[in-house]
Ligand binder design. Structure first.
Ligand SMILES: Nc1ncnc2c1ncn2[C@@H]1O[C@H](COP(=O)(O)OP(=O)(O)O)[C@@H](O)[C@H]1O
Ligand SMILES: [Mg+2]
Length: 579
């Protein structure tokens, strides 16, 4: 029986490592992938499932023995040019469900995806593995700084948030993580602090060493050794682990599987393994088929599509039943508009929609109830503030205030969401409105801007949300129609003071997000030429739009929301964008 995961002489990780958080840091060639492979092999032997996220396409060697002549681990590789099963960029949710249900160890090779495709896949995967996973599972994240960066591009904010959540809240769901990076300085500091065991191979750059120093100081660990990091040989590592109560240097074992990441040197050509472990592909495909069906059944998009189809059918039935010429004598004829089967299907679809609504509501409630309900919001303002996340309760870190690393600057003090009095709890849409206002504070918005930024349609429901927020004193509207969040509003979000003010760029970004592409192009032009104006025709032309009804609608949308000002035929940037 395996009692632990042996990764070096004198270093055996307890089996609980599977749900722990590790950081594996080093320069390229320091030995990170080897160490991760040794951990993966150990988990496999111990019957603990793991998943490797492989943005480089270098993990397929796990399937072959070190000398390439015998089999390695019989686990499937999804995606990449050596994959057993191709991976679609839309399959993140499906794969997450499959792994959570089947406890499948595997490699997810995302090396062939476009940047956008990778983002989509990894976001969906992270969101859904956190949602679905229940039993111990270890995620090995190669090139983690790629998707858990300190400074995300705007389009990667959701991706970062999804992985932050996995790292922060995954433990409760059985998820452990090993984050691997050769750029310690750029991995997200908030996430770095969550690491419970740090394994550091050779590090040369001062910035990267600084990031490690930050962690070491934060966790009250010994610093003396930091200086020796640059002299480490491949496979040599310092291990800091408050969890295992270890601070020591080790020579990590060499992996037993094929080193597919090794760069061929000199005349020596890259070896190709002769034998790969067999896997039961048929079984995997069958499991996948089942999961695909299940995902489809609960996918609101799919339901909407089915409803559309049914509506279309219904419509064509109606057309058919319309009499071509008016009958002289009106006659009452019963025309079955829907077959019994169609009716049953509609009822079923309706019921499913209610179910989906329930699921959404439940997760919203869960988010609200969780201490960290504002995690998403905080994530989106990370550029301005670095969240201080209290360390997990398993051990007692000893943060030293005076030399605490920069990364632990605190967010505005949080208070528990104020909702225990059984009072008003904003629904998801209303809550989004509040979040928009908290983020924009001290900037105000008009009611219609607010609605748009909270991604709500003009409807009775959004009006109700607005009135509820007003009625409960969570927002205020001044005599000119500008809306502002109140202290109670901040309280409901679990914030005791507003977030840092938005920068000009952030203000512009928050506006850009609410318009459609054509309008957005116009907006960009207006911002660029500001304080100059431009004629309507020229604006359309430069935005590659024709002078059509649609273009004019775009322009009206911009004007209505204060993003553009139209004066006769001249257009300029609107005052909502001034800061
Ligand atoms: N524990 C080890 N013992 C001996 N050699 C090692 C060890 N780890 C790595 N190496 C050597 O260093 C090379 C690079 O290791 P690798 O794990 O791919 O580095 P990284 O992932 O940090 O870029 C390996 O191909 C191997 O030759
Ligand atoms: Mg590597």
């Amino acid at each position: 029986m395996t009692r632990g995961i042996r990764i070096a002489k004198g270093l055996t990780l307890p089996l609980e490592a599977v749900t722990q958080t590790f950081g594996l840091l080093a320069v390229r060639g320091g030995g990170k992938s080897n160490t991760a492979a040794v951990m993966a092999e150990g988990m496999y032997e111990a019957g603990l499932p793991f998943v490797v996220i492989d943005p480089e396409g270098s993990w397929w060697g796990l399937r072959s023995a070190a000398d390439g002549k015998g089999p390695g681990l019989p686990i499937p590789i999804f995606g990449g040019d050596r994959g057993d099963v191709p991976l679609e960029e839309t399959a993140g949710q499906m794969i997450a469900e499959l792994i959570a249900k089947e406890r499948l160890s595997c490699v997810l090779d995302v090396s062939e995806f476009s940047e956008g495709g990778k983002r989509r896949f990894l976001t969906d995967f992270a969101v859904n593995i956190l949602k679905r996973n229940k039993d111990p599972l270890h995620l090995i994240l190669e090139e983690a700084d790629d998707y858990i960066p300190q400074k995300p591009m705007r389009e990667s904010a959701r991706l970062l948030r999804a992985w932050q959540n996995v790292v922060r809240r995954g433990r409760k769901k059985g998820l452990g993580v090993t984050m691997i990076t050769q750029r310690s300085a750029v991995i997200n500091k908030d996430v770095l602090t969550q690491i419970e065991t740090l394994i550091v191979h050779r590090i040369t750059s001062p910035q990267d060493r600084k990031a490690i120093e930050g962690w070491v100081v934060y966790h009250g660990q010994k610093q003396e050794i930091l200086a020796s990091l640059s002299g480490l040989k491949p496979g040599e590592a310092w291990v800091w682990s408050p969890w295992m109560e270890i601070t020591d240097q080790f020579q990590i074992y060499r992996r037993k599987t094929f080193d597919s990441a090794a760069t061929p040197t000199g005349a020596k050509r890259r070896r190709r393994p002769a034998t790969l472990a067999d896997i039961d592909l048929g079984a995997i495909k069958e499991q996948m088929a089942e999961t695909i069906e299940r995902v489809k059944e609960t996918d609101p998009k799919e339901l909407k599509r089915r409803i559309k189809d049914l509506e279309r059918e219904l419509h064509s039935q109606k057309q058919l039943t319309k009499a071509p010429t008016p009958a002289p004598e009106p006659q009452l004829v019963e025309v079955p508009m829907l077959t019994a089967e169609e009716r049953a299907l509609l009822v079923e679809v309706g019921e499913r929609l209610v179910e989906v609504g329930g699921v959404v509501e439940a997760s919203v409630n869960e988010l609200r109830a969780s201490n960290d309900g504002l995690g998403g919001l905080i994530g989106s303002v990370l550029n301005r503030q670095k969240a201080h996340v209290p360390p997990r309760p398993q051990y007692q870190p000893k943060p030293r205030r005076e030399d605490a690393p920069q990364a632990t600057i605190s967010t505005p003090p949080r208070s528990e969401p104020a909702e225990s009095d059984g009072g008003y709890r904003p629904r998801a849409g209303a809550r989004r409105m509040l979040e928009v206002l908290a983020r924009r504070y001290p900037l105000t918005t008009t009611r219609s801007q607010l609605r748009l930024m909270a991604k709500l349609r003009k409807s009775g429901t959004s009006e109700t949300y607005y009135r509820e927020l007003l009625g409960n004193g969570l927002i205020q509207e001044d005599s000119e129609g500008w809306v502002l969040i109140t202290d109670s509003g901040l309280g409901i979000l679990g914030l005791s003071s507003p977030l840092a003010p938005m920068t000009k760029e952030e203000n512009i970004e928050s506006f850009r997000g609410i318009f459609r592409a054509g309008a957005r192009r116009m907006l960009d032009i207006l911002i660029e030429i500001h304080p100059q104006g431009i004629s309507r025709e020229e604006l359309f032309e430069r935005a590659e739009l024709t002078n059509s009804g649609t273009s004019n609608t775009y322009l009206r949308d911009l004007a209505r929301n204060g993003a553009a000002e139209v004066n006769g035929n001249m257009v300029c940037m609107g005052e909502a964008l001034f800061l």
